[in-house]
Design a protein around this ligand. Structure first.
Ligand code: ZN
Length: 348
């Protein structure tokens, strides 16, 4: 329909696309209707997979209940008939790597540029980028897309890696208030995530968990109503876990750290729903259920599933180039925000 069609086309124009491809798989071959706005006089079925300039596409009217969609062509695309075009090697598929277009595929997303602080081997940005992509790929479609869009639009919201010796990581224990050294933290006033060197594996997904479940983001991701439901269901799961522990101090929980506050319970729940979903389902089925209902997809995505990231090659490059002894990949956490001092069940 024209209004919807025009707003989609208008959006692509704003995003710098010049050509779109018609996607109308359900175009009925017996349907002979030709929209007067189609400069090539095509029927719906003939139009499927054809490429139009945005100007032409804008004038085409799908009929009521029509199934016509426009997919943007890559930004550099030039049609074959246009002088100076690049006809042969440009794939006629929409750019699914951009979170700004419909049909976004997180596995094709290059991920954000991660900033590294003073005294940090810049190579660690690659590992951080891979963990961000792994987390986004693990999330439910819309939720992951939200995070990708957030990072594309706001460089400030992209997690940063700072030297673990930075005083910024001197935090307070969420339960006791005693000083502790954190592996990462999220500031919900500035939307800034900072992860300490050597803590990407344990802290990155945890801190993204804080970010997306912060009040303003969660309401945008789920809508106000579902965000409230999420909070209620989390409270129930948390108090269940407290009660189980009260009755039996050895009963399994997401992690000791996750039992320090409901906020940490959520971040730990998100972390394990992404990084070790089978174990989370065992140690806290209630928490697992809430995480998968609202935020985390069913299919587990491993760091090795992130296209273009080779953990072994990365570790080797880091080892050769590292002058920062505190950088530790895949190592054990000694003391940080998500450290589990006496791990129960999962972690380690
Ligand atoms: Zn935390």
């Amino acid at each position: 329909m024209r209004t919807q069609n025009q707003s989609t086309v208008g959006f692509y124009k704003e995003q710098g696309f010049a050509y779109v491809q018609a996607d109308d798989v359900d175009g009925d071959p017996d349907d002979t209707f030709v929209d007067p706005g189609d400069p090539y006089g095509r029927t719906c079925a003939e139009r499927h997979n054809q490429i139009y300039s945005l100007e032409d596409a804008q004038n085409i009217d799908d009929h009521p209940n029509g199934t016509l969609n426009w997919m943007p062509m890559p930004r550099g695309y030039k049609p074959e008939t246009q002088p100076g075009g690049v006809p042969t090697d440009v794939p006629r598929t929409p750019d699914r790597s951009s979170p700004q277009v419909s049909g976004f595929d997180p596995s094709q997303w290059a991920g954000p540029t991660v900033k590294t602080g003073k005294g940090v081997n810049p190579v660690v940005a690659e590992n951080a980028n891979a963990h961000i992509r792994q987390t986004v790929m693990s999330m439910k479609g819309d939720t992951g897309e939200y995070v990708a869009k957030l990072y594309e639009a706001n460089a400030k919201s992209v997690p940063q890696i700072l030297n673990s010796r930075s005083r910024l990581f001197n935090r307070r224990d969420p339960a006791t208030g005693k000083p502790m050294k954190a592996g990462g933290f999220y500031n919900n006033n500035t939307d800034i995530i900072r992860v300490a060197t050597g803590n990407t594996e344990h802290a990155m997904t945890h801190e993204i968990g804080h970010q997306i479940t912060s009040r303003s983001h969660l309401a945008k991701i789920l809508g106000e109503k579902k965000a409230k439901q999420f909070a209620r269901e989390i409270d129930d799961a948390y108090f269940d876990a407290i009660e189980r522990r009260r009755i039996n101090p050895n009963s399994s929980v997401v992690s000791d750290y996750g039992m320090k506050s409901v906020r940490e319970y959520i971040a730990e729940g998100f972390h394990f729903a992404v990084q070790n979903p089978e174990k989370l389902a065992k140690v806290d089925p209630g928490l697992s259920k809430v995480m998968h209902k609202y935020l985390v997809g069913k299919k587990r995505v491993l760091i090795d599933d992130v296209p273009g990231f080779d953990a072994a090659a990365y570790t080797e490059r880091l080892r050769q180039g590292a002058r920062t002894p505190n950088v530790q990949v895949g190592g054990r956490v000694v003391s940080d925000d998500v450290a589990r001092r006496n791990p129960i069940g999962i972690g380690g």
